[in-house]
Write a protein that binds this ligand. Structure first.
Ligand SMILES: *Cc1c(COP(=O)(O)O)cnc(C)c1O
Length: 380
């Protein structure tokens, strides 16, 4: 049933691995809502499944596809990105030291701090873009897990995944990469040495702002991975079958969506890079970005659909500009077909490390001229 290994990931995604559903030879899969499966008279389970909490057939195709796209051993779907990250954190030994980046998805950063305060883990932070500092922190702390997010919310700092993994390996530190923003289209962390990839599948993998889901992928089967599996099966945080079906539907167009968003984000970054109304454009695709060289080496075919504008005139000017946007919709989240803008500091609230003049842009697949014209009028 699985397509030949030599097919490009674009083809695997577009065809959902080429799976055909029996008995009608469906090109699009059926939705599998069954919670339970028939037991034969002799006590066996002819369908090979007992109960859907830990064995839902609704996940098979999307999980197999994501594992193939990431080049991993196995993938697991979760009911949110946060649930996926939590399942991995709960697979660590109690009190395990976790080294996480200073700039990262805000809710996950807060959750790490909370779990640390409760004694489940012990979190420490490193500067995302400082490989030498990260190596020193690994040497000093010998953490159980290194967490990487690159490019990282909301300033798009870049971490050198291969260098970080090489340093982590010296201390037996596991490496997990939140690859929500680059997606397997642009970066394949497992090939760079990471042990786990985590996705908020709510974002690019689904791509249509209509599913909340998450995923973990492992490079190989390990006791830590088995515990993460158990955390889903016994912890019971599972995705619904309709959401899994929608997610697979979204993943079929992942490659053209991400490529279009990346090309448009680069065009927008270039259009406003020297605009006096903009104090700075933060985008790894610009040669002026401090992480450009590393990003160019570890990202293939684009730098992603996320960027930030620091508006000249400060916080008030940034909020006013966001208020004038018409094509960009003011909303949190990212990675969908429609473009979104967010004044990140006010969403993150007290303690936010985000510059107050920063507008985060998630570039969709609309005509890029419309997006540039909208930003141009909004900047006044
Ligand atoms: C949205 C997001 C998350 C959290 O995922 P949910 O699906 O909202 O739980 C984690 N990391 C990144 C980079 C995200 O953008």
């Amino acid at each position: 049933m699985t397509a030949p290994k030599s097919l490009s990931p674009d083809t695997l995604a577009a065809q959902g691995l080429g799976w055909i559903t029996q008995p009608h030879h469906d090109i699009a899969p059926a939705i599998h809502p069954a919670s339970t499966f028939e037991r034969a008279g002799d006590g066996s389970y002819p369908g090979g499944r007992v109960y859907s909490r830990d064995q839902s057939p609704a996940y098979d195709q999307a999980e197999a596809l994501l594992a193939a796209l990431e080049g991993g051993h196995q993938a697991l779907l979760f009911p949110s990105g946060m649930a996926a990250a939590t399942a991995l954190l709960q697979a660590l030994e109690p009190g395990a030291r976790v080294l996480a980046p200073r700039a990262m998805y805000w809710a996950l950063r807060n959750w790490l701090i909370e779990l640390s305060a409760r004694g489940h883990i012990a979190v420490e932070f490193y500067d995302n873009a400082d490989t030498a500092g990260l190596t020193m922190a690994l040497d000093a702390l010998r953490p159980r897990l290194l967490w990487i997010e690159t490019p990282a919310n909301p300033t798009w700092e870049v971490t050198d995944i291969a260098a970080a993994c090489a340093a982590a390996r010296r201390y037996g530190t596991l490496v997990a990469v939140d690859s929500t923003v680059p997606t397997p289209v642009l970066t394949r962390p497992l090939a760079l040495g990471a042990d786990f990839v985590m996705h908020s599948a709510t974002k690019y993998l689904n791509g249509h702002s209509d599913v909340v889901a998450g995923a973990l992928v492992c490079r190989e089967d390990t006791p830590t991975w088995q515990r993460a599996r158990q955390n889903r099966a016994l912890g019971g945080a599972v995705l619904g079958p309709f959401e899994a079906w929608l997610l697979l539907r979204g993943m079929r167009t992942l490659y053209p969506r991400v490529r279009q968003a990346s090309a448009s984000a680069l065009a927008i970054a270039r259009a406003f890079e020297r605009d006096p109304r903009v104090a700075a454009v933060l985008y790894p695709g610009l040669p002026s970005h401090p992480g450009h060289a590393v990003a160019a080496a570890q990202m293939q075919g684009g730098f992603g659909g996320m960027l930030a504008l620091r508006v000249a005139g400060g916080e008030g000017a940034a909020i006013a500009a966001a208020g004038r946007l018409q094509v960009f919709k003011r909303a949190t989240s990212l990675g969908s077909v429609e473009s979104l803008v967010e004044h990140r500091a006010s969403v993150e609230g007290p303690g936010s490390l985000c510059p107050p003049d920063l507008l985060r842009l998630s570039v969709g697949i609309e005509a890029v001229e419309d997006l540039i014209a909208d930003l141009d009028q909004a900047l006044g």
